[in-house]
Write a protein that binds this ligand. Structure first.
Ligand code: SF4
Length: 455
């Protein structure tokens, strides 16, 4: 029997995060869509080509074999070409309706539909209910013009339907359909334990100029209840035998009161999981860090962005250098692993401010540092400014956080590339750091080292 829906995460042969750090995490957006489809009695399969290292030939073979009625493909900015090539592979093997979703398609739907005839529909924003509704309408021969959140070609023109209201009560969403993907495919740093990803909230009221979160999910944070999240963790542990969780919220600690309730519940339920999350330094204090550690939190991922206060203010991060220092030092005191995320080449960056950031991160004694390149992703204020100034590059595949795509007033792309190399060398090649980290972490350290020797 033919399949109703095939969902595809496109092949990714080039991601440096995947190549050097061996980070492979399940595609939660697709798994949420799959869960809503299953809830509506629609048969669905998922191909995570990025994790499975599958190719366009594999996509063709799967489409020929399963003959889906509809195919959904996710698109991020650096992988938009791969998403389009996946759509073309699907069209070569059959004639299902092809739907593109994800952050890149959300913002550049018009351009995508104009340039790529293999794609029939684009979903803007959160896709679960739009996709399910589109499936029902197409099956019944109805009019997609009534579906909010959808863009498509109609009579030779692009028709953009009104935006759709976001799902206000996240507790009503089913748990992601994790059973559709093999858990063995997912890991971080080759750590010999399968990992599951969970998301507790959507939306962010902050205004960081480099971030598209609020443009996709809105400026109001929507949180699931702590009880619902605990139930999902129990479900993951009982059905998949996974006890390592990465919380994928843009900022897990945005509502400290919620985190406190959640941690207390987790301790009470005695679920014995190890977890990590993102944190904002102005939304976490020593009491909360202590409680999180007691509840099993081992890793904090912190968006430091810069060691220069003027740059932090310019990008509207809303954090202070002193707050960053305090949080790193407290987390270290409680024995937590910390990952400092720095963006090099932000607006206003100079050789001096970059040097200041590198030296600042070394002094933070972070367990790891990720020195990404500041990138103007569609949907961000940064993108709008770069576009208005006429400096927007069009080679989306370079928007991978490792390739400089825009310079600053005083730094060329080459300067930024050199600064990134220097940052990795200076941070990871300190003798004291090497000794401490090898003793504690072993293999993850060697993965970080690959970044240093990459071309
Ligand atoms: S970077 Fe984090 S805190 Fe800032 S807007 Fe994005 S999600 Fe919100």
């Amino acid at each position: 029997m033919a399949l109703d829906v095939l969902l595809i995460n496109p092949p990714d042969q080039k991601s440096k995060y995947k190549k050097y750090l061996n980070i492979r995490i399940p595609p939660l957006g697709i798994l949420y869509i799959a869960a809503v489809l299953e809830e509506n009695g629609i048969s669905v399969e998922v191909m995570d080509c990025a994790a499975e290292d599958t190719t366009y030939a594999d996509i063709r073979e799967r489409v020929e074999r399963t003959r889906p009625f509809m195919v959904g493909i996710t698109s991020t900015t650096p992988l938009i070409n791969e998403a389009v090539m996946s759509a073309e592979a699907v069209k070569m093997a059959g004639d299902p309706y092809i739907v593109l979703g994800g952050p890149h398609a959300t913002f550049l739907h018009h351009e995508i539909l104009t340039e790529n005839t293999a794609i029939d529909f684009v979903i803007k924003g959160e896709g679960e209910y739009v996709f399910a509704e589109l499936y029902q309408i197409l099956r019944s021969g109805g009019d997609p013009g009534t579906i909010e959140g959808l863009v498509f070609r109609s009579n030779g023109a692009i028709q953009e339907n009104p935006d759709r209201e976001v799902c206000v009560d996240l507790n009503t969403l089913p748990y992601p359909a994790r059973h559709l993907l093999p858990k063995e495919n997912y890991r971080i740093f080759d750590v010999n334990m399968p990992i599951a990803t969970v998301i507790c909230s959507r939306g962010c009221p902050m205004r960081c100029s480099f971030c598209a979160s609020s443009a996709i999910h809105g400026r109001t944070i929507r949180k699931r209840s702590p009880e619902d999240v605990i139930e999902e963790i129990r479900h993951i542990r009982d059905t998949l035998d996974i006890s390592m969780i990465a919380f994928m919220d843009d900022t897990f600690t945005l509502m400290p009161g919620w985190v406190e309730t959640f941690c207390n519940l987790l301790i009470e339920e005695d679920l014995h999981i190890e977890w990590g999350c993102t944190a904002r330094v102005d939304r976490i204090d020593s009491d909360l860090i202590r409680l999180m550690k007691r509840a099993g939190c081992e890793t904090l991922f912190i968006g430091v962005e810069s060691g220069d206060q003027e740059i932090l203010d310019r990008i509207k991060k809303g954090t202070k250098i002193d707050q960053i220092k305090t949080v790193f030092s407290t987390a270290r005191d409680f024995g937590m692993r910390t990952i400092a995320s720095i963006a090099l080449g932000l607006p206003g960056e100079t050789k001096e401010t970059a040097k200041k950031s590198i030296s600042f991160v070394k002094k933070l004694h972070a367990s790891y540092a990720l020195f990404s390149i500041a990138t103007p992703y569609p949907g961000t204020e940064f993108y709008n400014t770069v576009r208005e100034n006429g400096n927007l590059p069009q080679n989306w595949s370079n928007f991978d956080l490792f390739s400089p795509v825009v310079g600053t007033l005083s730094l060329t792309l080459e300067d930024i590339r050199d600064i990134q190399k220097k940052a990795y060398r200076e941070f990871y090649l300190r003798p004291i750091y090497i000794l401490e980290t090898l003793a504690k972490e072993g293999r993850p350290f060697f993965h970080a080292m690959k970044v240093l020797i990459s071309p």
